[in-house]
Design a protein. Structure first.
Length: 398
């Protein structure tokens, strides 16, 4: 563990990291990828271009400095990141590379402010933090392999079915190429898909939520084609346009901590766009395993043509009196008749459809959507332990 002097030095860098954190992490990634381009086979290139990975790492470094005397307080964040690392194939041998380039980035950006004492303190701190990650991730790799039908890294799967769910979302039903049993997963978890795309220098890995209930003989992911923005989503576009039934792709074992928990409180599931994928899995699981639990499913989409998996949700709501479903269409088409609100989801509307606010809330969707939902929860005085959410991509602050 760290001595008191080292802890004090790390604590003294908190204001500097708050101001220059993203400059440091941006420089860090640039130099690390220049010296170790093979790591581009692991990292999400789109998140790099958008700056999301740099911001997430800056927040993590800042949090580590702020809580360096009580590292146990950041263990939930460690667990969340470790799940992502295990599903991506991050290994112990990668940590010295990261440490070397992170310290060098601090020197390069902070210059004379990065004294020998500060760099040595951060080297000691990084060693402790890296050891925590390595230990946690080693256990996760072991657990992933030890479970029935499990494997540690990536395994070949066959696309058994490909189903168009909306104008921009398609579902892929994946079965192990070796025909072996699938290990179970928890509702809300995700898998990583690893692709070698023709013409691309590096492999690409993306994480997709499992969108069906556990216990099937397949894993289902429902992928939005991200080609309406810059940079376009290379993996999602390739999946939609080039992969079909019978094709193979590499898949990691399920991971993630955004999972449905058992509770006596009512359950409220709020999603926007493709953010409904983990929540559909939760809905199906709650109906099957938490019989009688009051469930309110709320989804926001552009219109009916962009609304995926509606028939599955409607069927559950029609067949179970304790399940209610509500839909908000941002720009409903003239032929759209079956929706509950037009425009954006807002607090006034939620007030009218959520009967008991003392509930467990799970929400997922675009960042702006999630910020809005979180603000509504805050206005209502919902306790933090009753709010559950997940970002598609690097963790951010709401």
């Amino acid at each position: 563990m760290l001595d008191q002097k080292t802890i004090e030095v790390i604590k003294s860098t908190v204001p500097v990291l708050q101001e220059h954190g993203e400059k440091i992490t941006t420089h860090f990634y640039q130099t690390m990828f220049t010296n170790h381009p093979e790591l581009l086979n692991i990292f999400n290139h789109a998140n790099q271009k958008k700056g999301r990975q740099q911001a997430a790492l800056a927040n993590a470094v800042y949090a580590a400095a702020l809580h360096i005397d009580q590292l146990e307080t950041i263990l939930p964040v460690v667990q969340q990141i470790a799940h992502k690392h295990r599903s991506l194939g991050v290994k112990a041998e990668h940590y010295p590379i990261v440490g070397e380039h992170l310290l060098q980035a601090m020197k390069d950006v902070l210059q004379e402010a990065a004294t020998e004492e500060i760099i040595q303190a951060w080297a000691d701190a990084y060693g402790v933090i890296a050891d925590i990650f390595i230990s946690v991730e080693a256990d996760m790799y072991e657990q992933a392999e030890a479970q029935q039908g499990g494997w540690p890294d990536f395994k070949s799967f066959v696309i058994d079915r490909k189903v168009k769910e909306s104008e921009v979302i398609a579902s892929f039903y994946l079965k192990p190429a070796d025909g072996k049993v699938l290990p179970p997963f928890l509702a809300g978890q995700y898998i990583s898909v690893k692709l070698e795309i023709p013409g691309e220098q590096y492999t690409h890995i993306r994480q997709y939520s499992l969108s069906d209930a556990p216990g099937q003989d397949y894993y289902r992911i429902s992928v939005k084609r991200e080609d309406q923005q810059e940079p376009a989503g290379k993996v999602s576009t390739y999946l939609h346009q080039h992969l079909n039934e019978g094709d193979r792709l590499l898949v990691s074992a399920p991971a993630g901590e955004f999972i449905l928990s058992k509770s006596a409180r009512p359950l409220v599931l709020i999603s926007g766009g493709v953010g409904l994928t983990p929540l559909v899995s939760m809905l199906k699981t709650a109906v099957r395993e938490q019989k009688g639990r009051d469930v309110t499913f709320i989804h926001a989409a552009i219109d009916s043509k962009h609304h995926a998996l509606r028939a599955e949700v409607d069927q559950l709501a029609a067949g179970h009196e304790h399940v209610r479903a509500f839909y908000c269409y941002e720009r409903p088409a003239a032929e759209d008749q079956q929706y509950d609100k037009s425009g954006y989801l807002n607090e006034e509307w939620l007030q009218t459809i959520i009967r008991n606010k003392d509930a467990d809330y799970y929400f997922c969707g675009p960042v702006g959507f999630m910020k809005a939902v979180d603000q509504i929860m805050t206005n209502w005085g919902i306790a933090e332990e009753q709010k559950h959410y997940e970002f598609f991509g690097p963790a951010m602050k709401l």
